[in-house]
Structures are given as C-alpha cells and as structure tokens.
Design a binder for this molecule. Sequence first.
Ligand code: NDP
Length: 328
Amino acid sequence: MFQALLLTQSDDRATHAAVQPLDEAQLPEGEVRVAVAHSTVNYKDALAITGKSPVVRSFPMVPGIDFAGSVVESADARFKPGDAVLLNGWGVGEVHWGGLAQQARVKADWLVPLPAAFTTHDAMAIGTAGYTAMLCVMALQDRGVTPDAGAVLVTGANGGVGSIAIALLSRLGFEVHASTGRANEAAHLKALGAAEVIDRATLSAPGKPLQKERWAAAVDSVGSHTLANVCASLKYGGTVAACGLAQGMDLPATVAPFILRGVTLAGVDSVYAPQARRVSAWDRLARELPREVLAANTGTIGLADAIGLAPRLLAGQVRGRVVVDVAA
Ligand code: NDP
C-alpha cells in the first residue's frame, strides 16, 4: 500500500480531493514502476485539484503532471531498479495517474534520466514550470534572439514559469524586465535577475494594435490582453514565446505586429514536446540554472497540503515554486 492524493467526482460534477492509501495493483499500466520521492504543484495541477477547469479526463485520478524518484521495477531495458528518473507531462495527472503519490507506473518512453547535477527535490523545484521556462528560452534563441537586440520582457514574473525564465535569461546576459501584479515582490524579482519591474496592470487592459517598441523579445505565461499588448510592443522583428493563460485563454489581438513589424508568435508546449528536446532542456537547466536560485524560489509541503495550496496558487498568491515531499 502507498499514500496518494486521489481526485473523485460526485454526481454534481464537483471534484473532491483526499489523501488515501492505494494498492500497487490499482496503478495503471506501464513498463516502469517508480517510487516517487518528490512532486510539485503546477498551475495545471491546481486546476485539476480544484476542478476549476476540465484538466482531468477520467476519475478517479491521481493528479500531478510531474514527479522525480527512483525506478522500483522495469520491463524496459532502458531502466533498471534504482535509476533516478523524472517525468513531465505526457498527459500524466490528466489521463494517466500522476505524481502526487508515493508510487507511479508509467510508460518508459515518458521518463527522462535525472541529471546528475540534481536531487529529486531540485528537479521538482524546477518541474514542468521551470522546464517550460527553458523551452521558452530555447524558442527565443532558435529564432536568433540575442542580448544585444534589447530587453526581454517576462510576464507572470512571480509565477513558476516567470521566475525561472527571469533567472535563466539574466544569466544568459539578457536585460530582463519583469511584469507582475505584486510590486511588494520586486526585491525577489531583482534578486532572481530582473533589471526592471513593471506593473502588470499596464499590460492587462485592451490596448492599441501597435504601440511603442519596447522589448526585443518576451516570455509570456499570461495570454489574453497581456499577450496582445506584448505583441504590439515588441521591436521590429521581435519574438514572443507564448506558453500560458494565467489571465485568459483568449487572444484579442490584430495582425498588425506580425505584418507591419515582422513579429513572431512562437508557441511553446511542454506536455508533448519530443523526447530529444526535453533531454536537451534538462541538460541546459543542469548547466545554466544556479542551485541558489532554486533555494530562494522554492517552498516544500507535504502531500495533503497540496489540496489547500491549489486555490491559493490559482489566485496568484503563491510565489515561485512549491515542491511536494510525498513522504511527508
Ligand atoms: P503560476 O500560478 O505559478 O504563475 C502564474 C503567474 O501569472 C502568477 O504568479 C501571476 O504573476 C500571474 N497572473 C496570475 N493571474 C493573472 C492575471 N489575471 N493577469 C495577469 N497575470 C496573472 O503558474 P505557472 O507559472 O506554473 O504557469 C503559468 C501559465 O503557464 C499557466 O497558464 C500554465 O497553465 C501555463 N503553462 C503552460 C505550459 C505549456 O506546456 N505550455 C507548461 C507550464 C505552464 P504575478 O503575481 O507576478 O503577476
């Protein structure tokens, strides 16, 4: 038996979350069984736990789109008992039981070897949010964005994606501008590497199709009017890596920035990103993200605490990243 956070749905379609014991025989099919050491609460996990958005496709469901731990048994030659592994996405925690549990059984294809530089706690202090931040940085660099082009804007700055994007970009030599609704966290954002902190209210209302050219590039985890205003404020030839919808899923924009300023809107998906790109993102995180950033940007909670944390995260009240110690 092992402990897991289990989501169930009642007849009125309300989601109920509780930590309870499960039997190993109840685990879904997969070639590799993993003893999970740490998981985390991402934005999508918070949507699943609260039931605020139909993230979970079948009930009962163990949420948790990420985990890190060690292999217990494997029917796949690539993994053997004791191997340290991590997982991000692939529908885990949405359609396949996920990481907010002491055990998981998954497809071997979904696992990434844990980089030697990281503990399981480090890997989850990064989690899907941090791995997505690296995918966004890679998306900008793939399109030729360099520090000499000008400042880079990061929206949702105090969130998981935003905070790690700031740390990564500043260490690559970019001048980072951080957009936040929490001015009281400006010192934390500057410690992460932001050169300037701006009020997100300046970006969140409907704006003009073309605005003053301010940033060479941007990482946006907010969507909606914010993303429209970011596109309208990029310099000629600028690129925005768009990965999130914290403000909204809509994009009330015009084509003006694309056809008049050659702006590129680069979409970033972490869930089904090809394995080679994941491994390269994690290799780069191991080399480029200082460990002290993780310490300063991360809190740790127990499995049952994830239930209370979820609505606070959706309300934008959680700073940085939260690791879940599934044994606690
Ligand atoms: P967090 O909740 O940690 O951070 C989101 C941040 O967005 C908040 O901290 C807040 O920052 C800002 N924010 C919240 N509400 C609003 C609002 N109404 N208007 C403007 N800004 C707001 O989430 P994550 O960083 O983990 O994820 C961010 C987004 O990226 C989510 O939408 C998530 O679903 C998406 N995502 C997508 C992935 C992909 O594969 N494409 C992978 C991972 C995440 P502040 O207080 O500083 O203003």
